[in-house]
Ligand binder design. Sequence first.
Ligand code: ATP
Length: 292
Amino acid sequence: MDTLTRKAYAKINLGLDVLRRREDGYHEVKMIMQTVDIYDVLTFVKAPADVFRLSVDSAQIPDDDNNLVLKAARLLFATAGIDAGVEVTLQKNIPVAAGMAGGSTDAAATLIGLNALYDLRFTTEQLQEIGVKLGADIPYCIMGGTALSQGIGEILRPLPAPPQAHLVIAKPDLMISTKYVYENLHANSLKVHPNIDGMIEALSNRDLIKMCSLMGNVLETVTEKENPIITQIKDLMKEQGATGALMSGSGPTVFGIFTEEEKARNCFQKIQEENLAKQLFLTGFHNTDNPT
Ligand code: ATP
């Protein structure tokens, strides 16, 4: 086998809490992660040592060594102690700098894909240990599905999947830097924290309505405050019958959860008509295995 193709799924945060800012500057988080049915497609072709080439169909992200795909490939080969190279084609569908872990999921797919292509035989845990060196969300992206993420993102526990629902995912025309949002978060003086344990209980009871009623994201205190379009989209989603609407990660992407497909469709149309989001998706949760 000289070629392998893999999908890299985006995530949303059903809940996102920051417990504190540690002395070393890292933030201790407690988040509920959920993969959604929006994905990039990566194709890997074996190449001789020192050939690391990436072709991307988006001008928004680098196609050189700054891309997490090539960083992951280099780190994986270095850890394995092999002289290898790779040519990668990346079809980018996940909104960039959007709070959907686009870069992290591409890196995760690269680690999994090249592990298989070069028969390196790293375990999932070992791939996660390699991945966390490049980004805190990468261990989760390797695992996918529904999960509780704690520590800086490296402590993971699988959770029961939510009942299937219809999602409207809207990315307004803004680029948000995750670093900026965390730097401007007053983590140690947050007054309101989402009830993540309550959400876990609701997931265990397969109670989507309860889960939605508890959704919260402390990063909204930075991104939503500075970008009223996020409030506007959330309000519109609720007006259109969303059971819950929230910003994902550091934003600016907003998602709405609907139990009725027709309401989700109407909401999608309304956001389009009002031109509130440049990238807009009608999709669902993704909890099955990643077919290659
Ligand atoms: P997160 O939810 O993990 O905070 P994000 O959705 O906010 O991620 P990304 O889409 O991962 O942000 O992109 C952040 C930056 O990372 C981009 O501006 C880009 O320069 C860089 N980057 C490097 N590699 C990639 C990649 N493969 N895909 C997207 N961005 C990448």
